[in-house]
Design a protein around this ligand. Structure first.
Ligand code: SF4
Length: 428
């Protein structure tokens, strides 16, 4: 029995799938089996693979709360959907992590990254530091320069305004744009900026120096803005504002990474609503290249230090429901936040491990090191998949990035193979 099955009334997975008495034995009026197979009790492998996709929001709401004994059937459906979408392969992006500045005007309750000016560890990278890290990553076969940074710190901190003036820039976004351009021009890496909320103008400017960009939606629940909740005192985490940025990227056809953060006070129902909001935008604009399912991890120094972490079962259910709601979208989960059980996520239908760095730590979760790439390869292969390195822009979104022309298009054309993935000889 898989380790994530924890409670009573569960049959071993093979029996669950083929036992016509399953519904009775599980003691549940509505099981995944009966949901997927109509009103018939029992789940057969053919029915798992024949599930009509994408599933409806109502079915997503039922599945995300399914009892443990139905989890194997849910996972089987999700894995079958993944195999229809991208058979045999799981991808990752070899990256360097560039924390351009860890100053931030928001105070999210789970964040260990942000600093105020003068705090120990507060830092804004210089152009020389950015280039040094990117060049070191290039030597290790990295193809992504992930710029992760606090949201518009200069709006709150005069010290940041002074720092930017000293560097020669009007705002953090002006500085970010210049650093993306520097990395694009001077190295073989591709920038992937994650700077927080963006206006239409800034999406357009950053899209000319990066093939893709990202903003985690995290949640559509306004309840998390309440006093004492995770997004209390985080003005940039208002869900409507984040949806607006993601929608604007869609209008401009920018390949976009987003996702949800689970376990920060939202309900299971909110997770489904967040996924549906992302799906709606993707149906409208076709620009969501990837949905990240990220789990909250507790850290001693954060305001949410005593908050419970989401269980492995919750993580697996969310990933599986994401896959079934969006069968044609790349679904990613970070392995370092799910170690040592991360390979179980492959059973939940994910097809990507996200950015993995052989050089830099995960500055957002520094206590959770990324797995060694060889380890990741072995664990991926043990579940029956080939691990391939991708660019920060997914293969199916390359045409959108290439259409921007210029140096970006020239470099992209040279970097990928006929599958739109990183050429094997470069993927050392
Ligand atoms: S999670 Fe992002 S927006 Fe929130 S405090 Fe941390 S750096 Fe700022």
């Amino acid at each position: 029995m898989p380790a994530y099955i924890t409670t009573r009334n569960c049959l071993p997975a093979p029996l669950l799938m083929y036992d016509s008495m399953h519904r009775k034995l599980a003691g549940s009026a509505m099981t995944v089996s009966s949901i997927i197979a109509g009103s018939e009790p029992g789940l057969h492998s053919a029915e798992v693979t024949d599930l009509e996709l994408p599933i409806s929001p109502a079915l997503g709401l039922q599945l995300i709360d399914c009892p443990d004994c139905d989890l194997p059937a849910l996972l089987a459906a999700a894995r079958a959907a993944k195999e229809k979408f991208k058979p045999g392969t799981v991808t990752y992006s070899r990256k360097v992590f560039l924390p351009l500045t860890n100053l931030c005007r928001d105070y999210c309750g789970y964040c260990t990254f942000r600093r105020d000016p003068g705090d120990s560890g507060a830092h804004t990278m210089t152009p020389e530091e950015v280039l040094a890290v990117a060049c070191a990553g290039e030597k290790l076969g990295c193809t992504e320069a992930l710029f992760s940074l606090g949201d518009k710190p200069e709006l709150l901190f005069p010290a940041m305004r002074g720092r930017l003036r000293h560097l020669g820039y009007k705002s953090t976004l002006h500085y970010l744009e210049a650093m993306c351009e520097l990395v694009l021009r001077e190295t073989t890496l591709f920038p992937h900026p994650n700077p927080g909320l963006l206006s239409a103008e800034w999406i357009e400017r950053l899209a000319s120096v990066s093939p893709s960009m990202g903003l985690m939606l995290e949640t559509t629940s306004d309840a998390l803005l309440a006093p004492g909740a995770a997004h209390d005192n985080a003005p940039d985490k208002v869900p409507a504002k984040r949806l607006h940025t993601i929608e604007e990227a869609g209008r401009q056809k920018v390949p976009f990474t987003t996702g949800l953060l689970i376990g920060i006070g939202e309900r299971a129902k909110d997770r489904v609503e967040t996924l549906i909001a992302i799906r709606n935008l993707h149906e409208r604009y076709g620009h969501i290249q990837e949905v990240i399912v990220q789990n909250f991890r507790v850290k001693p120094s954060i305001p949410m230090a005593h908050w419970p972490e989401p269980s492995r079962g919750e993580m697996l259910r969310t990933a599986a429901v994401a896959r079934l709601l969006m069968p044609g979208v790349n679904i990613q989960a970070p392995p370092n936040l799910n170690a040592p059980y991360y390979d179980e996520l492959l059973d939940a239908g994910i097809n990507d491990w996200g950015g993995i760095s052989p050089l830099t730590p995960d500055y957002i979760n520094p206590e959770k090191p990324w797995p060694h790439l060889e380890q990741l390869r072995l664990r991926t292969e043990s579940r029956g998949f080939q691990l391939r390195q991708r660019l920060p822009v997914y293969p199916e979104f390359l045409p959108q990035a290439l259409s921007r022309g210029g140096l970006l298009a020239q470099k992209l054309g040279a970097a990928c193979d006929r599958d739109g993935l990183v050429q094997e000889m470069r993927a050392a």
